[in-house]
Design a protein around this ligand. Structure first.
Ligand SMILES: [Zn+2]
Ligand SMILES: [Zn+2]
Length: 135
């Protein structure tokens, strides 16, 4: 296991922020939640925090859409409607982007060999970041 060093994590953060400006959204996206998988299905990246009468702390896109406003309390209904709209607008690769972001911030440790295919699918050719790193 060779986790990314600080320099390469910084490169990855910058590359992701350039390609995906929504990554800075404090309400919807990888910075809105604790890193991990959706509490409801366990198979998509968490992208929004929920508070409602349900027991889930954070949901991914598909589950948030399936649960709808029922995932939030009445006091957050207006905000939740906005968040659901934002979630629907995310690109297909948003889960991959979120997982890479958590690697870039150091919240999640992942081996180079696992990162490489994620970078290939989320970052367009020509990005300044090189994976795998030169040995
Ligand atoms: Zn889910
Ligand atoms: Zn609430």
């Amino acid at each position: 296991m060779t986790p990314l060093d600080a320099t390469r994590r910084r490169e990855l953060r910058l590359a992701l922020a350039r390609s995906y400006p929504w990554i800075d959204d404090p309400d919807v996206g990888p910075q809105a939640v604790e890193a991990g998988e959706c509490d409801r299905c366990g198979a998509e990246a968490r992208l929004v925090t929920t508070c409602g009468p349900t027991s889930w702390a954070a949901l991914g896109r598909r589950c948030a859409a399936a649960v709808g406003l029922g995932g939030w309390c009445d006091g957050h209904a207006d905000a939740a409607a906005r968040w659901l709209t934002s979630l629907r607008a995310l690109p297909d690769e948003a889960d991959t982007v979120a997982r890479l972001w958590w690697v870039a911030t150091g919240e999640v440790r992942m081996d180079d060999t696992a990162i490489t295919p994620l970078v290939a699918s989320a970052l367009p050719d020509g990005e300044a970041i090189r994976f795998p790193p030169p040995r």
